[in-house]
Design a protein around this ligand. Structure first.
Ligand code: NAP
Length: 485
């Protein structure tokens, strides 16, 4: 077993080789990883099921998403525009003379990725962080999540097979299975490492940021941490659609035993008959959902403990029937009034699992006060009709102060993987609100801009050459075009 410093040295050496590999070759490499994962067949799904308790159909879907992401980043490479080439041609007659300056994105360097417990495929070994980093030319070290080490090792073999098949640098991907914080800390603090990707708890994500900031040369850490994804339930909407909203939200709160960072953990409404009916309907729907085991014993214990603490707070009532401490993860719908919520910051904390708390406010002013009291979020949702929005025009404008993604009339669970997706948000949802962890733009986390000044055309990289051999969109003297210079 190599030491951490040997692993990071290998990653740095592999990076220097890998930056010379063409976009087309990197795309073929990513596609081959996807093929190799699929070729692992049912054995991979069965192993993941054994380690995570996630049902096979969910794992099948997640494997599909993982392979889709790998192929999506391969397609991004084939298009080539992601380097955002920008060219300002020289103006010799200007005083002082303006030189020829061209810029594009360059890979940041060796990246450490921490696997997520709740996404054994899509946000672990060959998940979105790894796929996007390998796509843009970074070498990757994956710190496997201890809850699914064997699954992670199987996926690592699929990547290693693609490395051999495509003659990539041997250490462009390395898999670390040590299960202690010291290994993770040493990786983040090693001076060879240029960036970190993480999905998990707030404590974990923050710890990695602090390790990185205490290095001699600090580096960016892209931690995607917990979120309560607050939902505003406006009155006209509840009056018209209360029953169907309750049904949809029972499904969303309990989806995957509530183990999603987009789980709607806080619902906020103004006291009315419609809100009372909604609360009863939602509790009834949640009572009908069978309890299920969670990802691992630690998460299950934390769910019981955290929901027990929340329910013990002054003014908090359990609207669901089951005692969450009795057996596996029973869904819990708690409720509290707006004033009690505002005076107790603990109630705003995430309870990871099939839990949500309904805040019942005295007025729309109090509803907004509760909403904006919440810290940075991955998403926020507003259930409202045009009448609701006419009556409360400031609500739509305020939403982006809080969150990276704002949904109107939907549920926050189910994150589409596409060009326009934003899965990020202000701290503490993430450690860098300028980026997304899902979708094509997730690749930007692993890039830095570099400028070429006064370079002869034959020395420039293909993306910046006058003749535009890659036929990509470039900004030339302020205009986006595929033209030659
Ligand atoms: P976690 O405790 O944050 O651990 C995730 C990874 O980070 C593990 O590999 C762990 O290392 C590493 N890590 C955590 N703290 C560290 C530290 N101080 N120093 C070095 N490495 C550290 O997440 P988890 O095990 O998946 O679940 C725990 C809780 O996280 C859940 O109850 C839930 O609240 C939250 N969670 C949130 C999300 C989300 O979507 N944002 C997803 C999953 C979980 P080791 O391998 O050494 O243990």
């Amino acid at each position: 077993m190599s030491t951490i410093s040997q692993i990071t040295k290998n990653a740095a050496a592999a990076f220097e080789e890998y930056i010379l590999v063409s976009n087309g070759a990197r795309a073929a490499f990513l596609e081959s990883i996807a093929d190799n994962i699929e070729a692992l067949g049912d054995a991979l799904l069965e192993q993941a099921n054994k380690e995570t308790n996630l049902p096979i159909p969910r794992l099948q879907g997640e494997r599909g998403r993982t392979c889709y992401q790998l192929r999506m980043f391969a397609a991004m490479l084939q298009k080539g525009d992601y380097v955002e080439a920008c060219i300002d041609t020289a103006i010799p007659e200007k005083v002082p003379a303006k030189p020829d300056i061209r810029s594009m994105h360059f890979p940041i360097g060796p990246v450490v990725v921490f696997g997520a417990s709740n996404f054994p495929f899509a946000y672990s070994t060959a998940g979105g962080d790894t796929a996007s980093a390998l796509a843009v030319g970074c070498s990757v070290i994956v710190k496997a999540h201890p809850a699914h080490l064997a699954t992670s090792t199987l996926v690592a073999t699929a990547i290693q097979k693609a490395i051999v098949g495509h003659r990539m640098p041997t250490h462009v991907f390395q898999h670390v299975t040590a299960t202690d914080f010291e290994a993770g800390k040493a990786l983040v603090q090693d001076e060879q490492i240029a960036a970190v990707g993480f999905t998990g708890s707030r404590n974990g994500g923050r710890a990695l940021l602090d390790y990185a900031n205490s290095r001699q040369h600090p580096i960016p850490v892209f931690s995607e941490m917990g979120s309560v994804n607050p939902v505003l339930l406006l009155e006209d909407s509840l009056q018209k659609e209360g029953a169907s909203i309750a049904k949809n939200y029972a499904g969303s709160i309990t989806l995957g035993v509530g183990q999603f960072c987009t789980n709607p953990g806080i619902l906020i409404g103004v006291k009315s008959d419609a809100l009372s009916n909604f609360a009863t309907q939602l509790a009834t729907e949640m009572n009908a959902v069978s309890p299920a085991p969670m990802l691992h014993a630690g998460i299950q214990k934390a769910y019981h403990e955290n929901s027990r603490i929340a329910l013990a707070q002054v003014g908090t009532i359990n609207l669901t029937e089951k005692n969450p401490e009795v057996a596996t993860a029973y869904p819990v719908l708690a409720t509290v009034d707006g004033k009690a919520f505002l005076s107790n910051p603990l109630l705003a904390d995430e309870v990871f699992g099939p839990y949500s708390i309904l805040i019942q406010c005295d007025s729309i002013t109090e509803l907004q006060a509760v909403w904006v009291s919440l810290k940075g979020q991955i998403s926020t949702t507003i259930m409202g009709t045009d009448k609701d929005f006419e009556q409360n025009p400031s609500i739509l404008q305020k939403a982006f102060l809080l969150a990276g993604r704002v949904l109107l009339n939907g549920v926050p669970t189910g994150v589409e993987v596409c060009d326009s997706m934003v899965h990020g948000g202000p701290y503490p949802a993430t450690t860098d609100s300028r980026f997304t962890a899902v979708g094509v733009r997730a690749a930007k986390r692993w890039l830095r801009p570099v400028a070429y000044q006064n370079w002869s055309n034959h020395l420039l990289p293909a993306a910046l050459k006058n003749e535009n051999p890659l036929n990509i969109f470039r900004t030339i003297n302020g205009n986006l075009t595929k033209e030659k210079v």
